[in-house]
Write a protein that binds this ligand. Structure first.
Ligand SMILES: [Zn+2]
Ligand SMILES: [Zn+2]
Length: 345
């Protein structure tokens, strides 16, 4: 089968190769991949700009949907032809305290698709049945390939931040995760959703208006974002701020925009050292928390949301390319020309 393989831990060194179809074990299924989304982390891995050691050679890709091609000997719940999507947690021990408390995404033995084990930029991928989810009939396989980032947004906005009706929420960074977080805040009932972007994000801020944003702001130095925060909660600021951008500057801005006793939720990585005072967290009594990934129950909730047509993805999925177009897809993400780019093997 054809697959996009990263074969050396150096910048570049990635190509389409002909590789064997994965072998499955008794509790696995073999999924024929229909669509795979390109995540912001995929170009980072291409450039070898990640802090974790990739197990090269490695097939990239972790946001996928497809149909079952083959089932293992112990699989009873699934059959050939079922439309499915899958969590990214290809391996975890299932026995440790984190696995036993629905925190298996933090298991020390967790290996994610396209990071620790072969991913889905390929014609077929092996999936353990415990992380499979059925795609509702009303959801296309194209849209189902975006279930993973929608689950990230659900975890941030609903499971962790606890956004509720009447809230005022700021979202920093109008990439796919930022826009999905804005839309999730709308589903949670937030009344004011302000999305902030940097120069170059103009197009994305336009699209944000279709994803729950009640207002958008370009951080180009022409106005003070603190004046935006002053419109809410009697001048105190936003109930919560979601940092979907990552650099130190947005953490600083988050501390300025959030109201006392509010919540900052950091979902974007920012591997550089933070060279600012964190004292506003103390003086404002703010909770700063991080969000990583998702769990089985979140996937089921999100598929209900998608099945009811409550998560429109047409404006988010800007490009559809063949597997061989992976590099063009990575370039579209890096230039911010594309939002969500999906590949079809
Ligand atoms: Zn991702
Ligand atoms: Zn474990």
């Amino acid at each position: 089968m054809r697959a996009v393989v990263k074969y050396k831990r150096e910048d570049g060194n990635t190509e389409v190769r002909d590789v064997p179809v994965p072998e499955i074990e008794a509790s696995d299924v073999l999924v024929k991949v229909a669509y795979i989304g390109i995540c912001g982390s995929d170009p980072h891995m291409y450039h070898n700009q990640v802090s974790y050691p990739m197990a090269v050679p490695l097939i990239l890709g972790h946001e996928f949907s497809g149909t079952i091609e083959k089932v293992g000997a112990n699989v009873t719940k699934w059959k050939v032809g079922d439309r499915v999507t899958s969590e990214t947690h290809a391996r975890f021990c299932g026995e440790c305290v984190l696995c036993k408390t629905n925190n298996y995404r933090f298991c020390r033995e967790r290996k994610g698709y396209g990071f620790g084990v072969d991913g889905a930029f390929a014609e077929y991928v092996r999936v353990p049945e415990r992380i499979l989810h059925a795609v509702p009939d009303s959801v296309s396989l194209r849209d189902a390939s975006c279930t993973e980032p929608v689950c990230v947004a659900y975890n941030v906005v609903i499971a962790k931040t606890g956004v509720k009706a009447g809230d005022s929420v700021a979202v920093l960074g109008p990439g796919p995760i930022g826009l999905l977080c804005a839309h999730m805040a709308k589903l949670a009932g937030a009344s004011n959703i302000a999305v902030f972007g940097a120069p170059g994000d103009e197009k994305r801020l336009e699209i944000a208006k279709q994803y729950g944003a009640t207002e958008t702001h370009l951080l180009d130095g022409s106005s003070d974002p603190k004046n935006v925060a002053a419109k809410f909660n009697g001048g105190y600021g936003f109930d919560s701020v979601i940092d979907a951008a990552g650099p130190t500057a947005t953490l600083k801005l988050s501390m300025e925009l959030v109201m006392p006793a509010g919540v900052i939720n950091k979902v974007a990585w920012g591997p550089k050292p933070v060279d600012i005072s964190l004292d506003p967290l103390l003086s404002k009594g703010v909770t700063l928390q991080g969000s990583f990934s998702h769990s089985w129950d979140i996937w089921e909730k999100v598929l209900v949301i998608m099945g009811q047509g409550q998560m429109p993805l047409d404006a988010l999925i800007t490009h559809k390319l063949p597997l061989e177009g992976w590099k063009e897809g990575f370039d579209l993400i890096e230039s911010r020309e594309g939002l969500k780019v999906v590949l079809k093997p």
